[in-house]
Every structure is written in structure tokens, then in C-alpha cells.
Design a protein. Structure first.
Length: 306
């Protein structure tokens, strides 16, 4: 009888490569999870809680990943409509758009927030950045000033209704810059009309400047051209009133001498001479501040929790 060859047992040395190969090829099995832990899912954030979504968005804002932040925030808004974090999520979504310089979309988000949460404790933030979204699109004085005007409205509303806001000081400075630019626009248009002999239109512009933007740095010029326009229109009494106020209040102005000649009086200058160029230093300082703040907004860490 032929005795068959007894199979030889596999050497333990040969089994180890097979076992390691199985571990590599079967990442879903329990032993892989035990040894290496579950692989990190790319959708962990999306499946997270409202707190997780908001925290993830906050981190993404700091990393300037504005589109990713908005995706998480929109996920929160859609998935957790009753969440206590809903208002914060809407504000953060608007903030992401503002930081991305999508100012039209940011305004829509802030306005939506104010419609839904008009009495919210962070309504001042919404009004401030609503104003800033307009302010950031403000043109130079020789261009359309609709954005500047709307920015001023938001800043003034904030200062009137929420004077103790943490944004009040900055809003006050921005408001002054906006007023200066709007006054400069009125003066620019007034000069244009006056130079072309359109005295009624010029007088209207300068009267508007004095009524709406007093103290912006153009009062003396406005009084002179208002008086001169009225003089050309044969409204001598109204013209004299403008000249008299100019001589009395701004005797150091370059416009005081020609006004005094119209009145046929000797000019007595009192007070300190006015710096050359109406509002020149104010405009320069305001421009430097604006540039610095825009730079700071880009690099600062924005926090959603206080």
C-alpha cells in the first residue's frame, strides 16, 4: 500500500504577509478599525450638529474659505430651522459674503437678518456692516454718490438707535467721511453749474450743501457761490445775507474778500487762518483710516461667539 504524502503545514513565516495583505485590502473590517481607527470622513462636518457646523464655519472664515463657510452655514439653516444658533448663522453667512467683497449679496443677507430679527442683540452689527457694504462701494466725489448716501443712512441709524454699540465709534468716523464726500459732491456739481452760467441750479446745490452737510469744510465756499449765484439772478437781498454770514463767520477764508467787496465794506479778519483746501487734511486722514481698516478687516480673526 502506497502511503500518500502528508501535506506539509504552511510555515508561519508565510502566513504573516498574507495576513498583512488582508488587513490592507479590507479597511472596512473590524480588525482594521481596531488597529488603525476609522478613516476620517470628508462629510463629518455636514453630518454634524448645529454647533459643529457653526464652529466649522468660524474656522473656515478665519482661513478665508468663504464659500466653504457659507455651505456649512446654509446646511445649518436648512437642517436646523429651530436652532438657537440660526441668527448667528445668518450673520456669519452675511459676514462671509462681505469678506469676499460680494457687497450686493452681503447687503441682501444683512437686510434679511434685520427683517427676521429686528430686535436681536446683534442688530447693531447688521446695521454697521450693511452700512459698510455701501461704504465699500462709495465712488469718488465726481461720481454717483448713491452708495455713500445709503451708507450714511445706516451709520446714522446705528448712532441714533444704538449709541452704546461697540460699532458706534467707528460708525461715527465713517459717517464723517461720508458726509465730507457728499458735501464735496454738492460743491463739485455747484461749481460745474456756476461755471456754465446756470446760476439757479448752482444756488440750489449750494443751499443743499449748507442745509444737509454743515461743518463738512465747504461752508465758506458754499456761502460765496450761493451769494454770487443769487446776485447774478438779481436776488440781491438774499445774496447779501449769504455774503454777510460768510464775512462774519469765515473772515479768514479766501472767499471772504470778494464777499466783502460785494457788500462794499472793509474786511476785518479775525480768528485763525483757514488751511488751504477745504477739508484737505480731513480727507487725507479719512482716506488713510479707511485703507488701514480695510487691511485690518482682511487679516483679523472674526469670532462668532462672545
Amino acid at each position: 500500500m502506497t502511503i500518500g504524502r502528508i501535506p506539509r503545514r504552511s510555515s508561519p513565516v508565510l502566513l504573516w504577509p498574507l495576513l498583512l495583505l488582508a488587513l490592507v485590502l479590507l479597511p472596512g473590517c473590524a480588525i482594521y478599525d481596531y488597529l488603525y481607527g476609522k478613516p476620517r470622513s470628508t462629510t463629518t462636518t455636514r453630518a454634524g450638529s448645529d454647533q459643529d457646523l457653526l464652529k466649522a464655519a468660524e474656522a473656515q472664515l478665519q482661513q478665508k474659505r468663504y464659500d466653504d463657510a457659507r455651505k456649512n452655514l446654509q446646511q445649518l439653516i436648512n437642517q436646523y430651522p429651530e436652532s438657537e444658533l440660526l441668527a448667528a448663522a445668518r450673520l456669519a453667512s452675511a459676514r462671509a459674503l462681505y469678506l469676499a467683497k460680494k457687497y450686493d449679496e452681503a447687503r441682501a443677507e444683512y437686510q434679511r437678518f434685520l427683517e427676521l430679527h429686528p430686535q436681536h442683540e446683534r442688530a447693531d452689527e447688521a446695521h454697521y456692516y450693511l452700512g459698510m457694504s455701501y461704504f465699500s462701494q462709495s465712488e469718488s466725489a465726481d461720481r454717483d454718490q448713491t452708495a455713500t448716501r445709503k451708507a450714511l443712512e445706516e451709520f446714522d441709524l446705528l448712532l441714533k438707535q444704538m449709541p452704546d454699540s461697540q460699532y458706534a465709534a467707528d460708525a461715527r468716523e465713517r459717517s464723517a467721511v461720508a458726509r465730507l464726500k457728499l458735501a464735496e459732491k454738492e460743491a463739485y456739481v455747484g461749481r460745474f453749474y456756476f461755471s456754465r452760467g446756470r446760476y439757479a441750479a448752482a444756488a440750489s446745490r449750494y443751499a443743499e450743501l449748507l442745509a444737509r452737510y454743515p461743518g463738512a469744510g465747504f461752508d465758506d465756499e458754499a456761502l460765496y457761490y450761493l451769494g454770487e449765484s443769487l446776485w447774478q439772478l438779481e436776488q440781491k437781498e438774499e445774496a447779501r445775507a449769504a455774503f454777510q454770514r460768510l464775512v462774519a463767520e469765515y473772515s479768514q477764508s479766501e472767499w471772504a474778500a470778494p464777499a466783502a467787496r460785494r457788500l462794499e465794506i472793509a474786511l476785518v479778519r479775525v480768528g485763525q487762518p483757514k488751511p488751504a483746501g477745504p477739508g484737505l487734511m480731513t480727507r487725507m486722514w479719512g482716506g488713510l483710516k479707511q485703507t488701514w481698516r480695510e487691511f485690518s478687516d482682511t487679516v483679523m480673526d472674526y469670532k462668532l461667539f462672545w
